[in-house]
Design a protein around this ligand. Structure first.
Ligand SMILES: [Zn+2]
Length: 874
């Protein structure tokens, strides 16, 4: 799932990722988090058959759920199914006899006529209905404010929401074959898992019945139903139908989004040595989806926000999302995490496979930089929010686990496994893992065992530090050269705090690291460069290595290729950093050198960064250099950026424009205004120019931003940048404009941006302007979870105690796990700030009291001295 791909949508569609950065890490586990375990399985669920009739106008369904089980334990008295707020009509044995049951709105406990003996089968049929299910199945319909919204019904069962629309044993550690016979009004289409066995039209009733069969077992969270009007496209890949469905009229956008899917299917099948394991692969793009994508077996649901036009295609791609969901068809669907605590075996793999396709499709430079972006997403969460082990069973809702530790850090751990094993052995191990565990449930130990079986290597120590503990190494690497002896001294320190924080241990890491010296041509020709690679083991807090070399190296690479998840601080002579920045064939080597030069920040350092901005061939390095120049923040750095606002790659241009926002300077503002006025080939460059323009806080910024606020664009990308700019500008006269864009009926993506902008604008005023508080708290009642998430981000920025009652009410009633987590975080952030303010006030009061007390004492002392003087005179 892309729990996160709501954040993916965030990152890449321009929504902000969460709220304001925290000063200090908070604890991962929320106050009422508890340890969770996979449940017992008294019965094996063999088959689930749903026969449903949908009433779209009433937003209801009724029908029968038939569950066939086989007893695993001795003398099983009955069957307990998860079922939330369903209307249970009756419960029968297959064939007719009614069964006794007890239903409390959460669990349906059915009693067998006599205990089921171990190995014996039984089928339980539940007739039920549900109207407006609170989760699990969503009815999308147009209304007066959004008359063009398509009619759609779609399900979202992960993590544990299938129970809101059918009774089931709703846990990932159970797999069954499934069947869906669904009757919908004509002309709608209904998509579900597996094979379409039949389509039956009832002309009199004006209905169509679709009968789908998923004949290979899977877990309930992967069951799907999507209903609506769609345009279909099918391409055959070695006999496998690869299909995508979009709303009619968006076929070209669909081709841009999903067109590389066949190549991905071939690539993953071939690399894994395990062909795509199901009978079809369909993707269907739906409106108002609550995630980026959901990998339902054979039939992924995707957000329609990923469909895009030709202009967006310039520097936006759906491939990350598409490859991620496709990879789940192996990792997640064929092999399923036994319990959510091991969900990195789903999400880490899907995230890594997305990167692997990127490597295949775009090459090594792009891949390394892509993994670096994954590392940055993890570092941000680890540094600003919380640190946790990848595997932990302590949480409040399973969705709490679906974070950047699970996805991005998970992918980086797999990348390091590839490093530890080498390419061939890595792929051999994965083949062993997939083959040995297909159609099974897995825990991390199953991956360890598969590697051991395939290679004889015991990687327990590796998994211990990377998966069951927290953090990452923060290396400081220092180089010194002795010209007399030709000896290089390399000092490697692990600088991370190894203490336990919030119950999470950060270890000293034990990793093999390669140190590579690039020697001058005449001293060590390219052919002789190989011996200058030194394999080291870094496991202590401090190592000093003395290495004899034929000549002073041109530059040094610590972990060439950047395999290890780490922070790296280089302490090297400037000439070596400049040489590396200019000549290292490894993009990450160039980026680390640029960062080290950025820390130096001298004129010479800026000059070499500027040169790289102009001459560098890979946009990722240009983007990092632009960011670093923004941080250096000197007149020379500004000159370097202004001279390079027309870089050919739109993502490099975007970074230059963003960096210009760091300068509160008329020249950067004028340049940005020109871009906002004239536009750019890329939506994103234009949007970032607007956001950066606001950051300059120049008076001249207001008018162009107000004007640009009226420009519609794909997914409201430009308005998003404009509203961020207006928030940065901090001009209260823009509040009415922003408030207008928060109203129901405005394009949803513009609303979210306006909501977040109001929070940011109000957050710097004390007290927060009343219209902002009113507007934002009123929006907490909205049905779509994305609106509530946007408001929560805004309220965190606003940090006004006045919003606490509204937040408390939301906490008491909201069912969405993501909203629950976020609302707790926001309440805690506001409270802790208030506690700090109260504490400061108390200290001030105490100080004032002490000062008064002190004054009194001094007065008394003066009087005493005066008396003594009088006395002695007497
Ligand atoms: Zn996923």
């Amino acid at each position: 799932m892309h729990a996160f791909y709501c954040r993916w949508a965030g990152d890449r569609l321009g929504e902000s990722v969460g709220g304001a950065p925290q000063q200090k890490r908070r604890t991962y586990a929320l106050a009422d988090a508890k340890p969770h375990f996979a449940p017992d399985r008294p019965c094996d669920i063999v088959h689930i058959a749903l026969t449903l009739q949908l009433d779209i106008t009433q937003q209801s369904l009724r029908g029968t759920c038939a569950t066939t089980v086989r007893a695993v334990q001795e003398a099983v008295p009955g069957l307990t199914l998860d079922a939330v707020d369903l209307q249970i009509v009756q419960v029968r044995q297959a064939g007719g006899a009614t069964l006794l049951y007890d239903y409390d709105g959460q669990r349906l406990r059915v009693t067998f006529p006599e205990p089921l003996q171990r190995g014996a089968p039984a089928t339980v049929e539940v007739d039920y209905s549900v109207t407006r299910p609170r989760l699990g199945l969503y009815f999308i319909t147009p209304d007066a404010a959004y008359p063009h919204k398509p009619v759609q019904v779609w399900s979202q069962c992960q993590d544990e929401d299938a129970r809101y629309w059918f009774p089931c044993f709703d846990t990932p550690n159970e797999k069954a074959t499934t069947e869906m016979t669904v009757t919908v009004p004509q002309p709608y289409f209904a998509l579900s898992n597996g094979t379409l066995l039949s389509t039956t039209r009832e002309e009199a009733a004006g209905t169509i019945t679709y009968h789908w069969l998923q004949d290979q077992p899977h877990s309930t969270y992967l069951m799907t139903l999507v209903v609506g009007e769609f345009s279909e496209r099918t391409e055959m890949v070695d006999g496998l139908p690869v299909q995508w469905y979009v709303t009619p009229g968006r076929e070209d956008d669909g081709q841009r989004a999903f067109g590389d899917t066949p190549e991905m299917v071939r690539f993953f099948s071939q690399k894994l040595g395990v062909p795509y394991p199901w009978n079809k692969y369909a993707q269907i793009a739906v409106s108002d989806f609550v995630f980026g994508g959901m990998e339902n077996t054979t039939a992924t649901t995707q957000t329609d926000l990923t469909l895009h036009d030709a202009r967006a295609h310039l520097d936006f791609s759906s491939n990350g999302l598409v490859a991620h969901e496709l990879a789940h068809q192996w990792f997640g669907n064929l092999l399923t995490c036994k319990h959510w605590s091991h969900a990195w075996l789903n999400e880490g793999f899907a995230t890594y496979f997305d990167a692997l396709f990127h490597e295949h499709h775009k090459g090594t430079d792009e891949f390394r930089y892509y993994m670096h972006q994954n590392a940055k997403a993890y570092f941000r969460e680890d540094g600003e929010e919380y640190r946790r082990p990848i595997v932990t069973n302590v949480y409040k809702e399973p969705i709490d686990l679906f974070d950047h530790h699970l996805y991005e850090k998970g992918s980086l751990v797999l990348h390091m496994l590839r490093y530890m094993l080498g390419d061939e052995v890595f792929w051999g191990s994965l083949q062993q893992y997939v083959t040995a565990n297909r159609h099974q449930v897995v825990e991390t130990v199953d991956l360890e065992r598969a590697i051991e079986t395939a290679t004889g290597r015991n990687l327990q120590a590796f998994f211990q530090q990377w998966v069951y503990k927290g953090g990452h190494p923060e290396y400081q690497v220092e180089f010194a050269w002795d010209d007399a002896t030709h000896i290089a001294t390399v000092t490697v320190r692990q600088q991370q705090q190894t203490s336990t924080e919030h119950g999470v241990e950060t270890p000293l890491f034990d990793m093999p690291v390669t140190l590579l010296f690039t020697l001058p041509e005449d001293e060590g020709a390219p052919a002789e460069r190989e011996p200058s690679a030194f394999p080291l083991r870094v496991h202590e807090q401090l190592h000093t290595f003395h290495i004899a070399l034929p000549a002073k190296p041109l530059w040094m690479s610590f972990d060439p290729g950047n395999w290890i998840l780490k922070k790296l601080q280089l302490k090297e002579p400037k000439d070596m950093l400049i040489a590396q920045l200019q000549h290292d064939p490894d993009v990450m080597g160039r980026i680390y050198a640029a960062e080290a030069l950025g820390e130096i920040g001298s004129l010479e350092a800026v000059a070499s960064l500027r040169q790289v901005l102009e001459q560098e061939t890979f946009w990722g390095v240009q983007a990092e250099v632009a960011r670093i120049l923004g941080q250096i923040h000197t007149p020379a750095a500004l000159e370097a950026l202004l001279a390079n606002i027309r870089l050919p790659h739109p993502k490099a241009r975007r970074a230059v424009v963003t960096a210009l926002g760091e300068f509160k300077d008329d020249r950067s503002a004028t340049t940005l205004i020109d871009i906002v006025h004239a536009g750019d080939a890329s939506y994103f460059v234009e949007a970032e120019a607007a956001a950066a323009l606001g950051k300059t806080r120049c008076d001249s910024a207001l008018a162009p931003l107000q004007q640009a606020a009226h420009e519609p664009s794909w997914n409201e990308t430009i308005r998003n940048g404009v509203f961020r700019g207006l928030a940065e500008l901090q001009d209260e006269s823009t509040i009415p404009l922003l408030r207008d864009f928060t109203t129901y009926g405005q394009p949803p993506m513009a609303r979210y941006a306006a909501i977040r902008a109001l929070g940011k604008l109000g957050g710097e005023k004390d007290p927060a302007p009343a219209p902002i508080v009113e507007t934002l708290t009123a929006l907490l009642d909205e049905e779509h979870f994305r609106t509530r998430m946007a408001v929560l981000d805004a309220l965190e920025s606003l940090h006004s105690p006045k919003t606490l009652p509204a937040l408390e009410r939301l906490r008491a009633r909201d069912l969405d796990g993501r909203v629950q987590r976020r609302v707790e975080e926001v309440i805690e952030a506001i409270r802790s700030e208030r506690r700090q303010t109260d504490e400061v006030q108390q200290l001030r009061d105490d100080f004032q009291a002490l000062r008064e007390e002190n004054k009194k004492l001094l007065d008394r002392l003066d009087r005493l001295e005066a008396l003594q003087t009088t006395g002695s005179k007497a």
